[in-house]
Design a protein around this ligand. Structure first.
Ligand SMILES: [Zn+2]
Length: 511
């Protein structure tokens, strides 16, 4: 993940270095949030020349903890399972204790349930310590770095955002700075810099982990994206749904950026390596301004080159595997993100309009990921049919899509994307769009694929539009099982890594 300084002025390079320095402080906090004992172990191994110690240190670094973040948090050192409290709550505190305490002290609910407090026992009382207090020794210098970066920026909107974000770090109030972040117009430099995601809080799902990414605009790819964005509303109008269930998207804009990330820390650095993100998560910001979609181009290229293409070689008919490409995978990913915003806005049920997530229940996240994949591929076909994209790319796009499925199903169906793509794979096999050959490899029928995808898009969109929970559950129950054939075929690919471990030009540290 080299930093390419060519073409950047001295001042711009200094700006990037300042943002990198600031990001390091979020790394420090993240380890303390995720696994404080893991950090102690990591530090105690420093300097050891024992090969086992070195290997353990590297694995601790990959996961910022003693637990394998992409294998259900299994411990890889010792036998202690991951404590669900992590560093967010006092050790041993349980969900029941917190809920009982909040029942007895309703006035404390807001602070205990806040996404930006840690919760601990203080005698008999539970107390909530705001992040900006708990992590002040890291947040103050981070804020200072952001302010210095602001003075190095020639983009007034970005400088304004950096100053607001510096304030937010010291108050835990991110609202104004999130709004300013969404107002950036095609910025050359950008950052993700906040406690945003709450997945790491396995006790309550409330507490947000700090993460940072330094972003530099990829001008060429951003240009392509701009072309796509012009047609989002037309794709919505073309969906196989009644007009009533596809509200017009004309006149709406979602900011999207294709960026290279020469540095990431914290939540964005460890475990699963994201190639796209959609932020912030604050529903007040969504309502007022929407959200921003970011594509990490250098991470996407690495995923394609080190995971997807080698996997395609093992799993697919050779001449089809050769068609899979970084370009095809990127377009599929972009369309997937766009498609999250397409389809019905709510479910129409016998009891009136309801939130789709609530109507569908726990299976919603898998359904929505599948919808994004399939409607995204529907959109790609639409763009080819309307000559926005060249028609002779059809095979490249479908081969890249199927190669991506083989990657995702390796994560298992407990996770929403894995569940979604397992279902897609089985459905496409049933329709003959994907066939297993006598060699044990899989082949795409390019003529059947678009028809099958169109039909699947119709089913998934209808389920969302009607909020039909039973149909959703039946559908996934039928299709989201790993077939024995596929399981044994995947065994031929165990030498292909499940994910990448980035190496940056800038030094990575935690103290
Ligand atoms: Zn998605």
């Amino acid at each position: 993940m080299s930093f390419h300084s060519i073409g950047l002025t001295d001042r711009e390079q200094k700006l990037v270095e300042k943002l990198v320095d600031a990001s390091r402080y979020l790394e420090e906090i993240f380890w303390r949030q995720l696994d404080p004992d893991g950090l102690t172990l990591y530090q105690s191994l420093a300097g050891s020349k024992d090969r086992k110690d070195e290997a353990l240190r590297r694995y601790l670094w990959i996961n910022a903890s003693r637990f394998d973040l992409i294998d259900n948090n299994k411990p890889f050192v010792g036998t202690d399972p991951m404590p669900p409290t992590r560093g967010f709550y006092s050790k041993g505190l349980t969900r029941e204790q917190i809920e009982q305490y909040v029942k007895d002290h309703p006035e404390k609910k807001a602070e205990l349930y806040s996404t930006t407090t840690i919760v601990r026992w203080h005698g008999e009382q539970l107390e909530a310590v705001p992040y900006h207090v708990a992590y002040r020794s890291f947040l103050e210098p981070a804020a200072q770095d952001l302010r210095e970066a602001a003075t190095l920026s020639d983009d007034p909107a970005f400088a304004n955002f950096l100053r607001l974000r510096a304030d937010a770090l010291l108050t835990d109030d991110y609202y104004q700075s999130d709004l300013a972040w969404l107002d950036l117009k095609d910025p050359k430099f950008d950052v993700i810099f906040a406690p945003y995601e709450t997945y790491d809080d396995t006790l309550m799902g409330l507490k947000a982990s700090y993460g940072a990414a330094v972003l530099i605009r990829n001008a060429e790819e951003s240009q392509k994206l701009a072309v796509f964005q012009k047609y989002v509303a037309d794709v919505q109008d073309a969906l196989p749904l009644t007009a009533e269930d596809r509200p017009s998207k004309h006149g709406l804009q979602t900011p999207m950026e294709v960026m290279d990330a020469p540095y990431r820390t914290g939540d964005l650095r460890h475990g699963y390596q994201a190639v796209a993100d959609n932020l912030p998560n604050d529903p007040r910001v969504h309502e007022l301004k929407g959200s921003k979609k970011i594509f990490f181009k250098n991470f996407m290229d690495a995923r394609v080159n080190y995971v997807i293409l080698p996997l395609a070689k093992c799993m697919m008919r050779p001449e089809q595997a050769a068609k899979a490409s970084g370009e095809g995978y990127m377009l599929g990913t972009i369309m997937h993100e766009m498609a999250h915003g397409l389809g019905p806005a709510f479910a129409r049920t016998s009891s009136g309009k309801v939130n789709i997530r609530e109507a569908i229940g726990p299976i919603y996240s898998g359904l929505e990921e599948a919808k994004a994949d399939v409607v995204g591929m529907f959109g790609l076909k639409w763009l080819m049919d309307h000559e926005v994209l060249p028609k002779d790319k059809t095979q490249e796009y479908y081969a890249s899509y199927v190669a991506g499925i083989f990657r995702t199903v390796r994560f298992g169906i407990a996770e929403a994307h894995g569940k979604a793509e397992m279902m897609e794979f089985n459905y496409l096999c049933e329709r003959g769009a994907i066939k297993r050959e006598p060699s044990g490899r899989y082949a795409i029928d390019y003529a059947v694929m678009p028809i099958a995808l169109n039909d699947l898009a119709k089913v998934l969109l209808e389920i969302e539009a009607t909020g039909d929970r039973q149909r959703a559950e039946r559908w996934f129950k039928k299709y989201d099982v790993m077939p024995a054939d596929l399981q044994s075929a995947l065994k031929s690919a165990t030498s292909v890594p499940v994910d990448i471990d980035p190496v940056f030009s800038f030094k990575e540290t935690v103290r």
